[in-house]
Design a protein around this ligand. Structure first.
Ligand code: PMP
Length: 427
């Protein structure tokens, strides 16, 4: 038995499912997860010593590549000065200034330790600010695991949500309305009926948790317009897209400014960090200035902030995003051409350093489109690529990530492997 399998067996006796976050268990693709021993640049090595070109990048944070020397050095230097103080530090001011300078919506920002904390806090703040309870989320968007966000739509328009997880009381879920992503008519109808009672709309402005979907400009503009007209707080969840699709996030790319933004991943350079921020008048409602409570013993951890600052410095190098985007485009175009050569139904798209692969004949526009793609074909592709040393996300419903450490040669190697895999799939 391989060391990966031995570790998985051991893990399953002491950790539920053998993992500390469900998707890592390979439940959707089958087989056993690879236990990662180390990673550097574009590469990861597992417990059996197998090497992979990595297209997960810790689910986004590793934008500069794994174990980037500047980030590792920043972490080392910070750690030598003390791991945490529970008191403010100059570095926290610096990273807040950096984030406010990058993201158009941020007048003020507060650091937390995960994306979940960021979205949970932003929802509480929006409710405190508006004095309303109801929130809207969209089916297929994931915003972390706060109770009010683990909600699925009931059937029919304007139906209040049902919990999509055990342990979430219906009394909580009933305050969350779940609508279709990218459906402007339904959004308009909902606001016409209930607009003045809605505290917040939370949305992934490009969705990255049902594979990758870019909504129509009309949908995003309408969101902004309806929220402004009804005094509803518009929250862009840019935990995944912030500083990933470009230096200003989706909001900078599409020119729509939300009231609040949630962040994570890249801003921690691989350490546990999240953030939420936005309009000054809203942010001033948070304790100690206002009545909405929010706190964290390790919030603004000096080590995590040091990693985040080092990561932010790297992405500001001239040409950083152009190079990242060029590599990602090379990957999706190469994969598409290879699939076409072998007559495999497949398409792909990318934004900045983020990409989506679909075993479908057209780019998906909605959750229903994504669900209709060929999951078995994805699983076949995933395992064949993994065996050949190319590590893609272990689920047909996740976006992928390229880093600045991926070279043209890396991408060519992945395309060549995919060409062989597609040939096998066509046969
Ligand atoms: N929002 C989005 C858009 C995410 O992609 C994620 C995690 N992938 C979260 C929130 C939750 O972040 P975390 O896992 O750090 O709690």
């Amino acid at each position: 038995m391989s060391r990966n399998e031995t570790l998985f067996n051991r893990a399953q006796t002491v950790i539920p499912g053998g993992v500390n976050s469900p998707v890592r268990a390979f439940g959707s693709v089958g087989g056993f997860p690879r236990f990662i021993a180390r990673a550097e640049g574009s590469r990861m090595w597992d417990a059996d010593g197998a090497a992979y070109i990595d297209y997960v990048g810790s689910w986004g944070p590793a934008i500069a590549g794994h174990a980037h020397p500047a980030i590792v050095e920043a972490v080392r230097e910070a750690a030598l000065k003390g791991l945490s103080f529970g008191a403010p530090t100059e570095a926290e001011v610096e990273i807040a200034e950096e984030l406010c300078a990058h993201l158009p919506s941020l007048d003020m920002v507060r650091l937390v330790s995960s994306g979940t904390e960021a979205t949970m806090s932003a929802i509480r703040l929006a409710r405190g600010f508006t004095g309303r309870d109801t929130i809207i989320k969209f089916e297929g968007c994931y915003h972390g695991h706060a109770d009010c966000l683990l909600v699925k739509a009931g059937s029919g328009l304007l139906t209040f949500g049902n919990p999509s997880s055990g342990g979430v009381p219906e009394d909580f879920a009933k305050h969350t309305l779940v609508l279709d992503y990218n459906n402007p008519e339904q959004l308009e109808e909902t606001f016409r009926a209930k607009g003045d009672s809605i505290a917040a709309v939370i949305v992934e402005p490009f969705a990255g948790n049902m594979n990758l979907i870019r909504p129509s400009d009309r949908f995003l503009h309408l969101l902004r317009q309806l929220c402004s007209a009804h005094g509803t707080v518009l929250i862009f969840d840019e935990v995944m897209t912030g500083l990933r699709v470009g230096p200003q996030g989706v909001q900078g790319l599409v020119g729509i400014t939300p009231d609040l933004t949630t962040l994570g991943k890249v801003i921690g350079g691989g350490m546990p960090v999240g953030a939420f921020g936005g309009r000054r008048d809203i942010m001033e409602k948070i304790a100690p200035l206002g009545s909405v409570y929010q706190a964290g013993t390790l919030s603004g951890s000096p080590v995590a902030v040091a990693a985040g600052l080092a990561s932010l410095k790297l992405i500001q190098a001239p040409g950083f995003y152009e190079a990242l985007e060029a590599r990602t485009v090379q990957l999706v175009e190469g994969l598409q051409a290879a699939a076409k050569r072998h007559g495999v139904t497949f398409c792909a798209q990318s934004f900045g350093g983020m990409f989506g692969l679909y075993f479908a004949d057209a780019l998906p526009q909605s959750f229903a489109d994504v669900m209709a793609s060929d999951r078995n074909r994805f699983n076949q592709f995933f395992h064949a690529m993994l065996d050949a040393g190319h590590y893609f996300a272990p689920s047909a419903f996740e976006a992928g990530f390229v880093s600045a450490a991926h070279t043209e040669v890396d991408i060519d190697a992945t395309i060549a492997a995919a060409d062989r895999v597609f040939a096998g799939m066509a046969a």
